[in-house]
Design a protein around this ligand. Structure first.
Ligand code: ME8
Length: 663
């Protein structure tokens, strides 16, 4: 029987619609699932939605909806996007389903029977955005340590899980199963989190009603993470479908973003240990998609909607870009420019042109049928070897989750095929009756190389792989071909090819970027004031109303907590240069204690760049980034200005290190 492979994505909150970060995780999971199916495994891919909890309840309130109404609306957005993106999940679970409730209750009963639950009072901070409790010493300026969201003080009766009891068993598990958390950087993070001491975990809320009631005490609902994590077993029929559960559990891989590694690699295995259930084999965390150096997220804005990209360029270019551009485990920056460059270079130029050229020559010189090779032809030997290496390297890279490198290998092979055409000049062979025997061999070699490329790219770009397959005159479904048995020479001569439209049309970059740029420049040019402060974004706080009390300098008064929202920090200037084409602007590289950043400031009229290096200044560190004359400014420096607007930068009376808070 085929080996099983059970793979999960996080289940996404329905407090907002999906963005490119969710699309990335789900596409990645789909690619891994397709890859393992093509290796002959019995794959089960699960995704779904996390519908309970405070953040969903609040989002519904804000929209004047009941939580279930919001969930019913948003779940369709997720389902629709997965359909569009060609996600091949085997099940989609919603935590508001009955089958899920039954499984959660069952898991709780087992943990209760183990003696790992007790009732107490919870007092502490709660971050609704992360749906996470934080101890006092981790709170920074009223915000959570993980993502900087605002936290609320919470005091309520709660049931606790004896997490502390599992500190040593977890550490032993990490030591015995080094592969349990991947990549290594995340493993180290998890191990040191557990080593630093585990406190018991509150697993119920009594101040909330939007959740699954606790059996035996329905004043309480389950803490949303206890509820959510259980989805990985409830979807398999935990507590009701013994056979299916036994077939797929334990999961072979929980794929998550690095933001939720602690829940998956600490809390979840602790619940399972307590319930005497097997632990998942691996928890694998990818990095973040960033825009202008900030995490793309629902709450912070700067979000990227995959739908317009798919509508403009198609599904496969988006899938390819996501897999090729992000080195697994690291963060990656999204920009329209990077997207278009990647698609134009790799897809339109390299693979698309190769396909059109090869098929056109087969049409023109070989009557539109796959030609025969001549045994006298030896020029294909290096390519046969390169194809073998590309297949082996690709499979190894994908098994090791190095998708970007696996794809780079395939494109290395595509490059060889392009060079092979240039070197062999089939158009000349076609004119030379004495060398015509070699023509078929050259074109066969390229077509066979393309057949292998179609199989390799099928997990990532299933539609395009099928398109290429059909153009080569092949029957059957390339997405179910075996990656374990790719042999050179399986393309049968004599079959008619079908050239068709180009596989990947080129994107007109200038045209696409024109409108977006026009909008952005109009906003930022207006903001080139003394300090180079970006213009307020659409969701910036409103300007004070005229009736507000007036402060000393004639402006409206603000409360101390409004001032507290501005993160002022000392910073050291490490480099400075002029911004081309902008007389007033300097581009500064500043050290803000946790790393360096670029800040664009309108101080060039009074300061020579070289006079600034080494100075300690004060910057607004949490200002939304903005582009000024093509440079992204990640903050703003403080300066006083005289009546004519001349800037006088603020510095400290005594030398202080970068990163100190200014208040
Ligand atoms: O955390 N880059 O749901 P969620 C990459 N319901 N991936 C990103 C991303 C970004 N900028 N933003 C989001 C939850 N993601 C819980 C999960 S699981 C039992 C419960 C992806 O809607 C990434 O996979 O906030 C991240 O872990 C997940 O979306 C968080 O989705």
């Amino acid at each position: 029987m085929a080996r099983k492979f059970y793979l999960t994505t996080p289940i996404y909150y329905v407090n907002d619609v999906p963005h490119i970060g969710h699309a990335y995780t789900t596409v990645l999971a789909d690619v891994i699932a397709r890859f393992h199916r093509m290796l002959g495994k019995d794959v089960f891919l699960l995704t779904g939605t996390d519908e309970h909890g405070q953040s969903v309840e609040r989002a519904a309130q804000a929209k004047g909806l009941k939580p279930m109404e919001l969930a019913n609306q948003v779940v369709e957005r997720f389902r629709g996007l997965w359909r569009t993106l060609g996600i091949s999940h085997n099940d989609f679970i919603r935590t508001t389903e009955e089958r899920h409730r039954r499984g959660v209750e069952r898991l709780y009963q087992k943990i209760l029977a183990k003696g790992d639950i007790y009732k107490d009072a919870y007092k502490g901070w709660y971050c609704t955005s992360c749906e996470s409790f934080y101890p006092e010493n981790q709170i920074v300026d009223g915000r959570c340590p993980d993502q900087g969201h605002k936290v609320d003080w919470t005091e309520e009766e709660s049931y606790f899980f004896r997490l502390s009891k599992y500190q040593e068993p977890l550490l032993k598990h990490f030591a015995d199963h080094r592969e349990f958390v991947f990549p290594e950087s995340r493993r180290n993070e998890v191990v040191s989190f557990v080593q630093s001491g585990l406190k018991d975990l509150s697993i119920s809320r009594s101040s909330l009603t939007w959740g699954i009631p606790l059996p035996g005490d329905p004043k309480h609902v389950f803490y949303v993470w206890f509820d959510a994590l259980s989805n990985y077993i409830t979807a398999l029929g935990y507590g009701s479908d013994r056979k299916n559960y036994a077939r797929y559990w334990p999961a072979d891989m929980h794929l998550v973003g690095k933001d939720i590694i602690r829940f998956h690699a600490v809390y979840w295995p602790a619940f399972l240990l307590s319930a005497d259930e097997p632990l998942p084999r691996r928890v694998v965390a990818h990095g973040w998609w960033l825009r202008d150096a900030l995490k793309i997220s629902k709450s912070r804005g700067g979000t990227v909607d995959p739908v317009p990209l798919i509508e403009a360029f198609g599904v496969d270019p988006v899938r390819y870009f996501l897999l090729r551009e992000m080195v697994f485990g690291q963060d990656a920056n999204y920009s329209d420019e990077a997207f278009i460059d990647r698609v134009n270079t790799d897809l339109a130029n390299d693979l698309g042109n190769l396909t059109s050229r090869a098929l056109k020559m087969i049409e023109d010189y070989c009557g539109g049928k796959v030609p025969k090779t001549d045994p006298r032809f030896r020029g294909d030997e290096p390519l046969k070897k390169a194809a073998q290496d590309a297949v082996a390297g690709f499979v190894k890279d994908f098994e090791e989750l190095d998708f970007s490198s696996g794809l780079a290998r395939v494109w290395g092979f595509v490059g060889l095929l392009n060079r092979f055409i240039v070197q062999n000049e089939p158009w000349k062979l076609a004119q030379d009756p004495g060398r015509r025997w070699a023509l078929g061999s050259v074109l066969y070699t390229v077509a066979e190389g393309l057949r292998i490329v179609a199989v390799l790219v099928a997990p990532v770009m299933p539609q395009s792989a099928s398109g290429l397959w059909k153009r080569l005159g092949l029957s059957g479904d390339v997405t179910t071909a075996s990656l374990a048995h790719i042999h050179w020479g399986e393309l049968k001569p004599g079959r008619p090819i079908a050239r068709g439209e180009s596989l990947f049309p080129r994107i007109d970059k200038a045209e696409y970027l024109k409108d977006a740029r026009a909008g952005k420049e109009a906003r930022t040019d207006a903001a080139e004031a003394t300090t180079g402060a970006p213009a307020p974004g659409p969701d910036a706080p409103p300007a004070p109303e005229a009736a507000a009390p007036v402060g000393a300098a004639g402006t409206a008064e603000i409360a101390i907590d409004e001032f507290g929202r501005v993160d002022l920090r000392t910073a050291r200037i490490v480099a400075a240069e002029r911004v081309q084409g902008a007389d007033k602007l300097l581009k500064l590289t500043v050290d803000i204690g946790t790393g360096t950043r670029t800040i664009v400031a309108g101080i060039a009229a009074r300061y020579a760049p070289e006079s600034l290096v080494g100075k300690t200044i004060v910057v607004v560190a949490n200002l939304r980034p903005a582009k000024l004359r093509g440079v992204v400014s990640q903050g703003m420096l403080l300066a006083a200005s005289d009546a004519s607007g001349q800037p006088y930068i603020l510095t400290t009376e005594e030398p202080v290190p970068p990163g100190w808070k200014v208040k």
